[in-house]
Design a protein around this ligand. Sequence first.
Ligand code: FES
Ligand SMILES: [Fe+2]
Length: 360
Amino acid sequence: MKLDQFLLQAQHYTDPTLIPQEQAQIFHQTWLYLGPAEPVAMPGTVWATHIAGVSVLVIRDEAGQLRGFHNLCPHRAMELCPEPGIFQTKRLICPYHAWVYDLQGQFVAAARQKGFGEGFDGRDYPLQPVRVAVWQGLLFVSFNPDVMPLAEYLAPMSQMLGLYPQGEWRWRHQQTRRVACNWKVYHDNTLCDYHVAVAHSQTLHRLQGPVRHYQHRFGRYVNALVTPVPPEWLACHRVLRDLPPENQTHFYTFGVFPNLHILALPDGSLACLRIDPVTVDECDVVTDIYGMPETNLDELLAELEAFMREDMALAESVQRGYASGRYQPGPVHPLEARILHHQKLLLAHLQGAMTTLAGM
Ligand code: FES
Ligand SMILES: [Fe+2]
């Protein structure tokens, strides 16, 4: 029997020339998880931030509509809001020459506007839009105007978690961890269901339970590991009783292409891990924790800290292995099927880059 091999070569994790290609061909084409929607709930709120190497503004305008824009002044490319942060305002005023924009991204006025002459029309200089969408309180952006609707992109996660109580999840905690590995090494690790019983035997494995009960589900951009929650966990946590029966008794682990990992428990607790490339051999893992207002999340935070420490050590070691120049892709175990699913998507997006690598 011919075994499947991993599709990515060691160079995919060590070649710095791939970073801009990944930005253009992956991160600028898909939906990207940005963070919680809650901080931009109030009309008149602006969130200036960065995602996938791009400076963006997420705005809740006065009418309550959520909008996204490049944080880029059409006059001379200054960032309209150079400092990242969340603030309230009615207008955006560029710090360079004071062009003014409203929260719909429309030009309002320019300093010494008459000097531009008769032919100047401010309507020719709106801010450049970025797609934004919210799913269950999670805010996503996309730089691709033709990207599919978010709920469709997130299938089957949207079906499996779509019945959790809308709007009741609260964003409770955020932490960023710098890891000395390529972002894909860490993401492969989050998609790997082969190592949990071995490398997380005293941590995550206790929550995921016996490997014989693991079930995989695959959508186009999302895959899932579904495992029964252990009776000991159910005995001391408050399960959301309005959920469908499967949701009340199972723990879901989702891999969302390209760089998101979500853990969801039947008490409504949710951990979102976004894996941001920094350099070819460094990434930031940004963890957002959501939960019901009354849920004590200390146990989940301690659990995450414990198994993420284990994963960071594994991922950094694998990165050193790829950099050794001695690695050839090994066979794929069925418990690694979710890695292969995302590697196929990655290569489909990177076809041009593959041609370059083949000549290495
Ligand atoms: S760059 Fe913004 S007003 Fe000139
Ligand atoms: Fe792990």
